[in-house]
Design a protein around this ligand. Structure first.
Ligand code: HPA
Length: 302
């Protein structure tokens, strides 16, 4: 008979598991060493020491193609990274320079709705911390709830509502990453919000500040849900960003969030929402969006 754990019968294997847990600590310390391994792999491929990381959302990944001296690593080549199954998400980590400043970018992210755990979704953010990243820029495609946010508008996230029904920090906590009960009173750096408003103004682009509601998806919302979200104070709705922002704040990173309003949320406009429209709008704002990102990177403190 063949047994799973080194050939030991299950009862003994259980005992070995227990001993392993006592010796090497709980699974959470394992997360730290897995992130170290991923960071090591990335370091072995590039000499750049990026202090800024950017997550490029649906239809916004093209920005990374403009990086100078870039190295592109498919997620499959980085241990612990899982691959994106969503259309419009390339699934590569790109390290290079923007305006002479080293930057690390995720060309596409993975989402909770794809079936991944939030530990898997936020694993790249853990890795960025170990790579020495100080500032995280999260971008996404979102539906506009505030009627002043038209299709193609950019919104700088001032705060969020975590309505995914789960928190990425659930489970054992490893203090090396941060505290068990991290403060969330300023998830999105006010200083960086101001910078976005200022830089957008000098580009002649209007950017509004607003609250992002993060839902699990993958179905779009019903008009009744959008009605409820509006009453909750949400200005835009999407299916990402919130878990990454929470994990980043736990680790003390500065966070900036920018939503590209790709469609009006359900019931705000008459016509049905579809993923093609989301992608097309992302393409349409590409030039403005990348100009803004370039300026932000060159002006970011630290
Ligand atoms: N709802 C949720 N997520 C989205 C939307 C939306 O309307 N548009 C783009 N991502």
């Amino acid at each position: 008979m063949v047994f799973g754990f080194g050939g030991y019968p299950p009862a003994i294997a259980g005992g070995i598991d227990l001993i392993t847990t006592m010796v090497v600590g709980p699974a959470s310390s394992d997360l730290y060493s897995r992130a170290e391994k991923a960071a090591h792999t990335i370091r072995s491929r590039t000499a750049e020491e990026a202090r800024i990381a950017i997550v490029l959302g649906s239809g916004l990944g093209a920005f990374a193609e403009e990086f100078e001296n870039s190295v592109s690593m498919p997620y499959q080549q980085i241990p612990g990274f899982v691959s994106s199954t969503a259309e419009g998400h390339v699934g590569s980590l790109v390290v290079g320079k923007v305006e002479g400043i080293p930057v690390i970018a995720m060309q596409g992210r993975v989402h909770f709705y794809e079936g991944y755990s939030l530990e898997e979704v936020t694993f790249p953010i853990r890795t960025f911390k170990l790579l020495g990243v100080k500032t995280l820029v999260l971008t996404n495609a979102a539906g506009g709830i505030d009627v002043q946010l038209n299709q193609g508008a950019l919104m700088v996230i001032s705060d969020h509502l975590n309505l995914m029904g789960i928190n990425p920090l659930r489970g054992p906590n490893d203090e090396r990453f941060g505290p068990r009960f991290p403060d969330m009173s300023e998830v999105y750096s006010r200083e960086l919000q101001e910078l976005v408003i200022e830089e957008a103004r000098s580009l002649g682009v209007t950017v509004r500040r607003g609250i992002y509601a993060g839902l699990a998806g993958p179905s779009y919302e019903t008009p009744a849900e959008i009605h409820m979200l509006r009453a909750f104070g949400a200005d835009a709705v999407g299916m990402s960003t919130v878990p990454e922002a929470i994990v980043a704040r736990q680790m003390g990173l500065k966070v900036l969030g920018i939503s590209c309003i790709t469609n009006m949320a359900a019931g705000i406009s008459e016509h049905p929402i579809n993923h093609e429209e989301v992608m097309e709008t992302g393409q349409r704002v590409r030039t403005t969006f990348t100009q803004l990102l370039r300026r932000l990177i060159s002006k970011m403190p630290g």
